[in-house]
Design a binder for this molecule. Sequence first.
Ligand code: 9UX
Length: 70
Amino acid sequence: MKKRLMVEGMHCVNCVKGLNDVLTEDLEGVKVLEISLEGKYADIDVDDKVSDDQLKAAVEELGFELKEIK
Ligand code: 9UX
């Protein structure tokens, strides 16, 4: 299913790359559709087996904050 992760703390393109990498490499079953630095979100397509807690852990591993999942 498609989810939008509202992410606080991305400040440059390397942050975007880091988030992309952690989401795709740490978790099996996540496809990144778009990450917006300006919009502070990451749109993903994710398998049902991946929990919101796992997404949160991956995002926060980088020091970002997962504010909300839409
Ligand atoms: Mo850019 Mo992000 O220098 O944590 S990598 S601000």
